[in-house]
Structure formats: structure tokens, C-alpha cells
Design a protein around this ligand. Sequence first.
Ligand code: NAP
Length: 279
Amino acid sequence: MSAVVLDGKAVAAEVTEALRVRVASMSRKPGLAVVLVGDDPASAVYVRNKSRTAERIGLRHWQLTLPADTTEAALLAEVRRLADDADVDGILVQFPVPSHIDRLRVVDALPPDKDVDGLHVVNAGRLAQKREGFVPCTPAGCMELLARTGVSLRGAEAVVVGRSDLVGRPIARLLEHADCTVTVVHSRTRDVGAHVARADIVIAAVGVPGLVKGAWIKPGAVVLDVGINRLADGSLTGDVEFGAAAERAGWITPVPGGVGPMTIAMLMANTVRAGAAKG
Ligand code: NAP
């Protein structure tokens, strides 16, 4: 393997330690409310990890677990209650929510200044216009990892595989703001490999194991694998053929232990910012 493996766990630990020190110096500790609807095991793990990290850095935090048959109206009522609660600085609703609930209606109910996941249309608009706002946590984590490589982003060719509101679109914006030349490819793209092959920076955010072939990777490229896919044997794998890609890439993130931990670290950073804004 020639690539440097980017240790997201270690970088996330550095980021959260700096936040812990900062929170210790704040007289009013920022407060994070996490809402989980249903009993999806993966979501339960994510929520538990978020609560643990919040505890470790000294945030006030609350976890609200609602049954899978919670109505949309009941969830919206809870979100509005948290929106009105002056103790709560950040609200995170863990997605996916059960299919009878409209995800966008839930996102719309979040006050933009408590939307620490950066999903509200106001925060998406702020990002599009390069204005101050909350940036979605996974894309923000990717940018932090890219910064750690020391690779210059100015003029670099970046290819983002996937165009979701959660990952693909916002990371494309951030890369463009950092002066990359950005191409976004998706399920209707004619030849994904041809685009990836000319990329200095590849971000894979698809949800298909091994979709990005190692042979596509330009020698020396930075490869960030956002995908989290559970295989039949219970193990986790990304969207990139890790072994073959690591032979060619300059830097690569593993799954697990790459982008995932950074997502939580950035959620904490956003919450501390939300709390600090209130003084
Ligand atoms: P999503 O909303 O399902 O979006 C997937 C994107 O991939 C879509 O834009 C889709 O294109 C595209 N796509 C699907 N098949 C493709 C193909 N064959 N070739 C090229 N593009 C294809 O997923 P997401 O929320 O962005 O998440 C993506 C992955 O990242 C998932 O594995 C998820 O679990 C993981 N994730 C990880 C973290 C983390 O913390 N590490 C955070 C969030 C998500 P269309 O738009 O054309 O349908």
C-alpha cells in the first residue's frame, strides 16, 4: 500500500479535545438535544456515540427516544418544544425517520440557529452563498481531513460521487469555495470512472460497497470514503475498493475510522458554536 491512511478517529479526538478545553472555560455550557424516532439499530448506535461525545466534552445534552409509531404531528410538536427551549442550543433529529414521517417537514421545523446538522434550507442557502451558517457535519469533517493532508485545494480537480442534500451537494459547495474545480457525478452519470480517473480529490458518498474502483484512482489522489455499508457478515465497508485504491492514492480514509468519527466531532463543534453565540 502506498497511500497514507487518514486516521479520522485520531483527528476527531484532537478536535473534540480542543472543544472540551473550550467548553470547560465557558460559564454557560452549550446544550444539545438529540431526537431518535424508532429502533433502527444503526441510528441507535450513532445517537449513543453522539451522546457519549457530548458528555465527554462537557456539553449539557438530552436524548429523546420516541417510538417508531410516533406521528409526524407528535414529532413536530417535540421539535417545536425544543426550538422554544432556551436551554437547548442545538437540535439534531437522527435520520432516517420512519417512512410515514416527511423528513423535509421535520427539517423545516428546526430553527436555523439551532440546526447544528446544517440541513435547514436557510443554512443550505447560506452555504450556497458562502455566508456564515451551520455546515452539514459530514462535509465539514471531510474538509477538516483534507486540511490535514496539506494538499493544496486551489485549482485541484475534485470529483464528488453522490449528490444528496446531506453529503454530496454540500461537500461540492465547500470544495468549490476552497477553489477546487468540482464535478458531481450520480446514478445517471454515463461514465463515473472516467470522471474519477482525472480527480485529484475523490469524495465517495453513495452507499454502494466498492462502487469506486481502485483502478480508477489517479496516482497520488486524496480519496475520502464517506460510505458506510453493512455487509452480510455484519462488518462495515465503504464505497471505495479500499485495498486497490490504497495502492494508487496518496491519502485515503478507511471505513470504519475515517470520515465517520469526524461527523460527530463536527456536530460537537457546531453545537459549541451555537452555544457560544448565546453567550
Ligand atoms: P443518498 O441520499 O442515498 O445519496 C446517494 C447518492 O449516490 C445519490 O446522489 C445517488 O444518485 C448516488 N448514486 C447511487 N448509485 C450510484 C451509482 N451507481 N453511481 C453513481 N452515483 C450513484 O445517500 P447519502 O445520505 O448521501 O449517504 C451516502 C453514503 O454515506 C451512505 O453509505 C451513508 O450511510 C453514508 N454516510 C456516512 C456518514 C458518515 O458519517 N461517514 C454520514 C452520512 C452518510 P441519484 O441522486 O442520481 O439517485
